[in-house]
Design a protein. Structure first.
Length: 130
């Protein structure tokens, strides 16, 4: 089984074969900065399980030179986060928000919990709007 994903503007599309090898929510300051949110929800797959369907030439990558392994990729047109291979090339990191299809699973761990944003609230306590 596979799921599809892409960027906001539709220039870039990709496909990922399931299952994920890992599915995590990372709360580190780098992931918060890269996403502009409280955490990054990322799925990991082996390179053979990932395929660009269109727009690969429209993907830009940023490697944080001061970090041993932090990178991010995004669409050059709309700026939406997109998958990228780890620097070792052993895995592809897929931003879960870029998936168009439901993978049928949820993250299994909160990483870097001690680094979480102090303003992060328990979503169960918030009012729900349609």
């Amino acid at each position: 089984m596979s799921v599809r994903g892409g960027c906001l503007c539709g220039q870039v599309e990709f496909e990922v074969d399931l299952p994920f090898s890992r599915f995590v929510k990372c709360h580190c300051s780098r992931c918060r900065g890269a996403t502009g949110s409280a955490f990054a929800a990322n799925a990991y797959v082996p390179p053979a399980a990932f395929r660009w369907l269109s727009g690969e030439a429209n993907v830009s990558r940023f490697d944080l030179s001061t970090a041993r392994s932090f990178s991010t990729s995004f669409c050059r047109t709309c700026g939406a986060p997109l998958p990228h291979a780890t620097r070792s090339g052993r895995e592809v990191i897929v931003p879960a928000g870029s998936l168009r299809d439901d993978p049928g699973v949820s993250p299994t761990v909160d990483t870097c919990w001690q680094s979480r944003a102090r303003w992060l609230s328990d979503a169960a306590d918030l009012p729900r709007e349609p």
